[in-house]
Design a protein around this ligand. Structure first.
Ligand code: C2E
Ligand code: MG
Ligand code: MG
Ligand code: MG
Length: 286
């Protein structure tokens, strides 16, 4: 049995993957052929500028719909792909596909960029920076319209190597975001010395408790003192949105603003979108 996580997406607990119902080996076999069979798509979720109320960027999120299993969450298949050396191909596909779609939406949403998640093994590959350069070149994209989202664990695996790669990406002109910030173990010292552009606060900190409010305030001001742009993910209601705006958080993302959707719908939904700024905190207005 699988438990439902979000609309129409089935998540398998680890023990279930290993059970007779869904042997890990079976998932691997299905996953291995899935890219070739065209079973992957990308869903796009907007990042809204909390000052202007306008869409700034879309995060590309991988979706796998297996004819046999139905929709499988990336939280289930990405760890399998990582350990079975399938993430290279998947990551390359996601990079090319998202840059291609971002170039296409420039006609409707000029200047709106795309953010792509990069896994630890993908980032660790020696050809990584070259593959990013190649993707930009192939689609004729301006580098500043691409942000790469890296997690703390990916960045800290090999700090010396990482710093060189981040510098090369900076020279290339792409932006780098530290994803799920606050859940890993990077020290302030390390953060200070890494050339990243964006801090993406994990959604565990965007809940509505007092403790989280204090953490949020601290993380936002820390990000700003390091000269970084700060994004909050997991905004699920109006009060969280209002609180983040009051704290001066730069960008927001979450179900309350918009859900991840196929490119065409995501773009159409944002052409008219604007958070209205009345006297009080910005309100949803669509
Ligand atoms: P992430 O990069 O931190 O992405 C944010 C996740 O939060 C997404 O889950 C998104 O659908 C979900 N989310 C957005 N708004 C809300 C909200 O208001 N509330 C809640 N509870 N969740 C929200 P998703 O799409 O299931 O992806 C899960 C993770 O899988 C991502 O976390 C990312 O780490 C990984 N992932 C997804 N696509 C890719 C990819 O192309 N490459 C790599 N390497 N990893 C990916
Ligand atoms: Mg991300
Ligand atoms: Mg995140
Ligand atoms: Mg996350």
């Amino acid at each position: 049995r699988a438990k439902q996580a979000g609309k129409g997406t089935w998540r398998f607990a680890n023990e279930q993957l290993n059970s007779l119902h869904m042997p890990q080996a079976r998932l691997e076999v299905l996953l291995r052929g899935a890219l070739g069979r065209g079973e992957f798509t990308l869903a796009y979720q907007p990042l809204i500028d909390l000052g202007s109320g306008r869409v700034r960027s879309f995060e590309a999120l991988m979706r796998w719909t297996s004819p046999e299993l139905g929709p499988v969450s990336p939280a289930d298949f990405i760890p399998v792909a990582e350990t079975r050396e399938m993430m290279g191909g998947l990551g390359r596909w996601a990079l090319h596909e998202s840059v291609r779609e971002m170039c296409a939406w420039q006609a409707e949403l000029p200047g709106v960029s795309v953010a792509v998640n990069v896994s630890a093994t993908q980032f660790a590959h020696e050809d990584f920076v070259d593959s990013v350069r190649a993707a930009l070149h192939e689609h004729g994209s301006a580098p500043h319209l691409l942000t790469l989202e890296l997690t703390e664990s990916a960045v800290l695996a090999d700090v010396a190597q990482t710093r060189q790669k981040l510098q090369d990406l900076g020279t290339l002109g792409v932006r780098v975001a530290l994803d799920d910030f606050g859940t890993g173990y990077s020290s302030l010292g390390q953060l200070r010395s890494l050339p990243v552009d964006v801090l993406k606060i994990d959604r565990v900190f965007t809940q509505d408790s007092e403790t989280d409010a204090a953490f949020l305030r601290a993380m936002i001001s820390m990000g700003h003192s390091l000269g970084l742009e700060v994004v909050a993910e997991g905004i699920e209601n109006a009060s969280t949105l209002a609180r983040l705006q009051a704290l001066g958080c730069d960008l927001g993302q979450g179900y309350h603003l918009a859900r991840p959707q196929p490119a065409a719908q995501a773009v159409a939904g944002m052409v008219q979108f604007r958070l209205s700024s009345g006297t009080g905190p910005l309100q949803l207005n669509r």
